[in-house]
Design a protein around this ligand. Structure first.
Ligand SMILES: Cc1cc2nc3c(=O)[nH]c(=O)nc-3n(C[C@H](O)[C@H](O)[C@H](O)COP(=O)(O)OP(=O)(O)OC[C@H]3O[C@@H](n4cnc5c(N)ncnc54)[C@H](O)[C@@H]3O)c2cc1C
Length: 405
């Protein structure tokens, strides 16, 4: 190990994808000072997409090694403080306080605390727990209960709820999905594609209760009885809650930051425009120079890596390590979801569309669907056609560049 030549400290809060990518990017830029990463989970960084795909299908033992992200050898010895929550950050004093009362002083800060599962505002009842699915432990707990012929109720029909439904059917469970939306994945994909996904999941044996909320849950004969808001009751051996997420921002409170739906960043990814304090990944709400429009959070796997590269450059420049090129952050969001009945790839911002058209193929098979806003292509969703993704990605990129010219 080389002795650190640089007396400064950068603290990274959150030891997952965004935190790891920030460490990599800072070292790549030449930062040779102290780097401390503090993470609430007991694990070194791991990747979450397999938690509702490969791991739930029950292939092999679900353990950290199957999902671990590669941590590069670091000549400057990054310190990993795991299983510890940062409970407070004083940005003026540049000091973090951890849940064991210890403090970490910093010159630069990366917020990479992501999101946690939103829970339904029902009376908690430990006798009939419903399971969230965000961490490795959550995935193991759900997977253990997916026995053939078990009845599984999934609350929420977003991509996580749909992936759990598909995996549970593949494991031979009886599956019901309850959601307030009209169709599965309505928000990211719209009504037309959502209806097709519903058709496919139903053909695979999933039963949907859509346009319905859960009014109550209570233990019943070793399982759980759910009462829906139209009076319908469902009995389930396992209940999985996949009803969205809540950004982990509480530790940043009291610093005058805008913490409504994540932490508001400027175009360089500085939190509240504060020098050498940046945010990355799911927790960051940022303006996107490619899409335009108001600042948004984006919960896609690609975002922690891309924001980390940009935010690290901002931070390094703020600490005097390099010139700031002044380029605002911009990216074309891309997203995938594998649901047995459909392999979905989405690019751009389908949620902004006022018109949806089939570009290629047939909705009932492999298909490319275009999402248009005021006549311009703003997003494409592929069901199947994975080999064509480069071509469609380019089309969306070109269309957005033209629209902003
Ligand atoms: C089940 C699942 C499946 C997914 N599948 C896909 C997919 O197919 N495609 C896709 O594009 N995206 C997918 N995603 C989204 C993708 O995984 C996320 O966008 C990504 O994990 C975000 O990384 P992050 O580092 O910003 O946050 P996170 O991964 O949420 O990590 C934040 C870390 O910070 C820690 N933390 C929080 N608060 C504190 C604190 N105060 N102090 C210390 N540590 C703290 C947390 O414990 C956590 O370890 C999936 C997500 C999940 C949950």
């Amino acid at each position: 190990m080389e002795p650190a030549q640089d007396p400064r400290t950068i603290a990274v809060v959150g030891a997952s994808l965004g935190g790891l990518r920030a460490v990599d990017a800072l070292r790549r830029l030449g930062y040779a000072g102290r780097l401390v990463v503090i993470g609430a989970e007991p694990h070194m960084p791991y990747t979450r997409p397999p938690l509702t795909k490969k791991l739930l299908l029950g292939d092999g033992v679900a353990e950290h090694a199957q999902v671990a992200l590669r941590v590069k050898p670091d000549p400057h010895d990054t310190e990993w403080v795991l299983g510890r929550d940062v409970v407070h950050c004083d940005l003026a004093a540049r000091r973090l306080t951890l849940d064991d009362g210890t403090t970490v002083d910093f010159d630069g800060l990366v917020a990479a605390t992501g999101v946690r599962s939103r829970r339904l505002p029902l009376e908690p009842d430990t006798a009939s727990p419903s399971l969230p699915i965000r961490t490795l432990e959550d995935s193991v707990a759900v997977s253990e209960r997916l026995r053939p012929d078990a009845s599984v109720a999934i609350i929420g029909a977003g991509f996580i709820g749909c992936e759990v439904a598909a995996a549970a059917r593949a494991r031979g469970c009886r599956v019901a999905v309850v959601a307030v939306d009209e169709v599965p994945m309505q928000r990211p994909l719209g009504l037309q594609v959502g209806a097709e996904l519903r058709r496919r999941h139903e053909a695979a044996g999933v039963v949907f209760h859509l346009g319905r909320g859960v009014a109550s849950m209570a233990p019943e004969g070793g399982g759980t009885r759910l009462r829906l808001d139209d009076g319908t009751t469902l009995e389930a051996d396992v209940v999985v809650e996949a009803v969205g997420s809540v950004p982990n921002v509480e530790w940043l409170a009291g610093n005058g930051l805008d913490l409504d739906d994540g932490v508001l960043c400027d175009g360089a990814l500085r939190m509240g425009g504060i020098r050498a304090c940046v945010a990355v990944g799911d927790v960051a709400r940022f303006p996107n120079a490619i899409l335009g429009g108001p600042p948004r959070r984006v919960e896609h796997w690609q975002i922690p890596g891309e924001t980390a590269v940009h935010a690290a450059a901002t931070l390094f420049a703020d600490l005097g390590g390099a010139e700031d090129d002044g380029e605002p952050f911009g990216t074309l969001p891309t997203f995938w979801s594998d649901q047995q009945v459909a392999s979905i790839r989405a690019f751009g911002a389908p949620g902004l569309a006022d018109d949806v058209r089939v570009l290629e193929g047939d909705l009932a098979g492999d298909v490319a669907i275009g999402y248009l806003h005021e006549g311009a292509l703003v997003g494409v969703v592929l069901l199947g056609l994975a080999k064509e993704q480069g071509r469609f990605l380019q089309q969306v990129q070109e269309s957005l560049t033209l629209a902003r010219a």
